[in-house]
Design a protein around this ligand. Structure first.
Ligand code: SR1
Ligand code: MG
Length: 395
């Protein structure tokens, strides 16, 4: 492998330990174990543990291409610095929901951070039936706080523009523009789906109303700078337990429309709603409602107490903003449902279903619900989405 980045060197288990010792992040005389545990699409993740104390640290390293796509898709190493800076920013607003960054190095493209191995990736837990009773309230609070505190309502607008400049993230945004908003909506562009889904996929590609609405959503993603987003807020980017929630992996962070973070989390709950039995579905409906309620309550409270805009008390303004977030979110959620079903990056929620007929039925439903959310997003709220899911008779 040839890497044309003069100061970049891919870590090994051994060099990761050497680095941790050099930085004083572990004891030099400790017996240390290191394992590469990265299961994401883009990066390597080294988990170092002290065998005596069981304490650990995480070293995450970006490589100059997308791990899952190979060197054919070169990718900036700057994403590691963006991720470290985003973690620091988000932690300043939501300390309890964001891991501690101990060290970062832009040349080596590494971020060293808190070990969260006592928690479980939320997607895995939800698939296993874990209840995570606080998860969606925590995510609602996190999105409300990060959306509000990084917006023009709280930051002085020129300061916000400066922050936005530091989070210009064109290459990672391009991944989303291509994988989420473009390829899945055109038959002739790259995709990945079972042949049995062809008719369901064609009904999306041939639905000009869906395609027009996706064009509008893509434009909103590309042009609106409402707040600093996580940018990839699916359940694989969240660690959870019954009591704790930590949001990781904000390498896609950029200034964009708030509905994008809201929509990605919503969609990833919906994968669970589609695949579960009736009692399990009810648990996910509770998550959905709690997520939106907590988001709206927290955002409203911040608006009423910390909004610096001279327009903050104008009747109807808050309601206009919340309604916009909601409409955008359901549209973005629809795109996420479709792209994870027929696009190049799937989710385990659907792919773990072993029985082919059941899996195809679940995927057909996610495609239908995706199209429904995109087209009807102006009219939806949580009860309407739940009703549509229950009826299974989507237009
Ligand atoms: C090539 S990367 C594919 C997906 O993985 C990331 O987690 C993002 O969701 C991206 O779209
Ligand atoms: Mg990720």
């Amino acid at each position: 492998m040839t890497l044309n980045h003069s100061n970049f060197e891919l870590l090994s288990n051994e060099t990761a330990i050497t680095l941790a010792k050099k930085l004083g992040l572990v004891k030099t005389d400790a017996t240390l174990k290191c394992r590469e545990i990265g299961d994401g699409n883009l990066n390597y993740v080294f988990h170092i543990t002290d065998t005596a104390t069981k304490k650990g640290i995480i070293i995450k390293q970006a490589v100059p291409y997308a791990k899952v796509l190979g060197e054919s898709w070169p990718l900036t190493l700057k994403r590691a610095a963006i991720e470290a800076n985003a973690l620091i920013h988000f932690k300043s607003y939501c300390p309890e929901f964001v891991p501690q960054v101990y060290y970062s190095d832009e040349q080596l493209a590494i971020t060293i951070m808190e070990d969260l191995s006592h928690l479980k990736i939320a997607r895995t837990g939800l698939i296993d039936g874990d209840k995570f009773p606080l998860l969606s309230k925590h995510i609602g609070e996190y999105v409300a706080k990060t959306a509000f505190y990084t917006s023009d309502l709280h930051l002085e607008p020129s300061a916000k523009k400066e922050v936005a400049r530091n989070f210009t993230n064109p290459e990672l945004c391009k991944i989303t523009e291509v994988f989420v908003f473009t390829d899945p909506f055109f038959e002739e562009l790259p995709g990945d789906y079972e042949v049995e889904l062809t008719d369901a996929a064609k009904s999306i590609w041939n639905d000009q109303e869906v395609i027009l609405e996706v064009a509008k959503l893509k434009q909103s993603f590309e042009t609106e700078q409402e707040a600093l987003l996580h940018g990839d807020l699916h359940t694989g980017s969240i660690f959870a337990s019954d009591t704790e929630t930590k949001i990781i992996d904000p390498e896609f962070a950029f200034y964009g429309p708030v509905g994008f973070d809201l929509g990605q989390y919503t969609a990833n709950l919906l994968f669970q709603a589609v695949t579960r039995n009736p009692a399990g579905k009810e648990e996910i409906f509770t998550h959905l409602q709690e997520f939106w309620d907590t988001f709206e309550e927290t955002y409203t409270s911040l608006w009423n107490t910390q909004n610096k805009s001279p327009f903050r008390q104008v009747n109807g303004y808050l309601s206009y903003v919340l309604t916009k977030f909601r409409k955008d979110a359901y549209g973005f959620a629809g795109c996420e449902l479709i792209r994870r079903t027929i696009g190049l990056s799937h989710v385990a929620d659907l792919n773990v279903i072993e029985d082919k007929e059941t899996r195809i039925a679940a995927k057909t439903t996610t495609l239908k619900i995706g199209a429904f959310l995109i087209k009807k997003r102006e009219e939806l709220d949580v009860p309407a989405v739940i009703e549509a899911l229950k009826q299974h008779t989507l237009p």
